[in-house]
Design a protein around this ligand. Structure first.
Ligand code: TNX
Length: 482
């Protein structure tokens, strides 16, 4: 099981999934019925069993999902799972907890249960009693869809894999120098022009607002919140190329297909910039049910420092006026922040200044969590400015002691970013994300004292068979006894 639950008591015997097994939900509300049907849909292909979802009186041989009698101390995401020879009972106060418990249940079955075609079985669930809830509220993955664009089916596939690992945040890096990937109705040129290419000069692409809503809803059904990032004031060449009036001299630069950073900037001293931003942030906020808007704020070598600070403070007010909390990369800690603003650490110690201002922090240390770093010098994909990042590097660190002056209570959670300068396909994404994302998921979810590399690498080896069954193109690291 990855991430390993907070508490597991193994017991004798097993529940056997058969052609007669039913899934019973109580009470029969829409979210619980949907979870029951999700479970059946996961298990039907390999078992060949119907696994009907029922709502009547309890009977022997059922998989039961219920919120009745759940311990409220399990919170928004916790659950209890009892596997006994005559029934499996999953209990949680909230549907989200049931959803995470279902992932544990899936992982308790043999890996063969994850294949898309009928397999021989038998389908044993070894008896146990699990009580589980996450260490961190924020367990994230970021995908850069700006350097290269990835379509909606690719994003949905990634969402499915995030859910399996109990990750609950999908941060989409929607804009950068090379592309603007979300349609803005007031400024259609942003995507018509700014979305038309990518790193290396490919055709680019963008999400319509309907596409984005589809992604948000699909993620929400799997307990995952989407966080949109519109990077500013740097990383804005695509916007500057699309909207000439954003440029101080009124002249749009050409589109950019290279990989340099730090050369573009919005004009922070022009009121027109803020009127345009109010339109953009307003539309993104209204499309996004979650409470956060990420405004980037990183690598602004082309923006004078004092102008940068004024800019961040104005944008913070704009985001707040839209009813959202701002998130920014750690450089925003140079400005005056509201306590509700969240700061994302990546490589400096700016996060400490953010904590001193009352902000919470998301930890994404590049040398541990950057999934775009090469595994080894021989790895065909990725960069290495933060070093080579093998699975053990992603696994073996404790967020609570990682940054001086940033304690466990200051940490909202952890997130693994995947920048896409060198990635063009779903297979590339999977190979870079897995299995490092499984390592990150465990340190985000499991209690620190359960996270032991020697134990994890053995469980990861078994998990590899499940990833293979799901068709994931993962890196067979020599650190793991596959
Ligand atoms: C730094 S991390 C960046 C990105 C690059 C990435 C490549 C951060 C906030 N900015 O613009 O894509 O390195 O690893």
């Amino acid at each position: 099981m990855i991430p390993y639950p907070a508490s597991v008591h193994e017991a004798e015997g097993a529940f056997v999934l058969t052609a007669d097994t039913q899934i019973r939900v109580e009470p029969p509300t829409a979210p619980l019925l949907a979870l029951g049907h999700d479970l059946a849909a996961h298990l039907r292909p390999a078992t060949g069993f119907e696994l009907p979802v029922v709502t009547g009186a309890p009977a022997a041989g059922q998989l039961r999902l219920t919120t009745v009698g759940a311990d409220p101390a399990l919170g928004a995401e916790g659950y209890q799972l009892m596997i006994q020879p005559d029934a499996v009972t999953l209990t949680a106060p909230q549907p989200a907890g049931l959803h995470w418990g279902l992932q544990t249940l899936r992982q308790r079955l043999p890996a063969a249960s994850a294949w898309p075609t009928v397999q021989p079985g038998p389908w044993l669930l070894p008896c146990c009693s699990v009580r589980d809830l996450p260490r961190f509220a924020w367990r994230g993955f970021m995908l850069d869809v700006a350097r290269h664009f990835f379509d909606v089916p690719t994003i949905k596939r990634i969402i499915d894999l995030l859910a399996l690992h109990k990750l609950n945040r999908l941060h989409l890096h929607l804009t950068d120098d090379q592309g603007w990937r979300l349609h803005i109705a007031r400024w259609p040129a942003l995507t018509a022009i700014g979305g038309a290419t990518a790193v290396g000069g490919g055709p680019g692409g963008y999400y319509t607002q309907a596409d984005y809503a589809d992604i948000v809803a699909y993620a929400q059904r799997q307990g995952i919140m989407v966080i949109p990032e519109i990077d500013m004031p740097g990383h804005t060449n695509a916007a500057l190329a699309a909207v000439a009036a954003l440029n101080a001299d009124g002249a749009a630069p050409p589109l950019y297909t290279g990989t340099d950073v730090g050369f573009s900037s919005l004009n922070c001293d022009d009121e027109w910039t803020y009127r345009w931003l109010a339109d953009v942030i307003g539309e993104v906020a209204s499309l996004t049910p979650g409470p956060y808007i990420h405004i980037g704020g990183d690598e602004t070598a082309a923006t004078p420092p004092a102008a940068y600070r004024r800019f961040i403070e104005r944008v913070q007010t704009l985001v707040q006026a839209c009813g959202k909390q701002m998130i920014g990369w750690e450089e925003i800690a140079h400005a005056r922040l509201l306590p509700s603003t969240v700061v994302q650490h990546w490589h400096s110690d700016d996060a400490r200044a953010a904590v001193q201002q009352g902000s919470q922090v998301i930890l994404s240390p590049a040398s541990r969590t950057y999934l775009d770093m090469q595994y080894t010098p021989a790895a065909p994909l990725g960069l290495h400015w933060a070093g080579y990042v093998e699975i053990k590097d992603t696994y073996e660190w404790d967020p609570a002691t990682y940054l001086a002056g940033v304690a466990e209570d200051d940490i909202l959670g952890i997130e693994a970013p995947l920048w896409s300068e060198t990635l063009t396909t779903l297979a590339d994404i999977e190979w870079m994300a897995f299995p490092r994302l499984a390592a990150l998921a465990e340190i985000a979810w499991s209690p620190a004292n359960r996270c032991r590399w020697d134990d994890f690498r053995i469980r990861l080896a078994a998990h590899g068979a499940r990833l293979q069954a799901l068709g994931v193109n993962f890196y067979r690291s020599p650190q793991v006894p596959w």
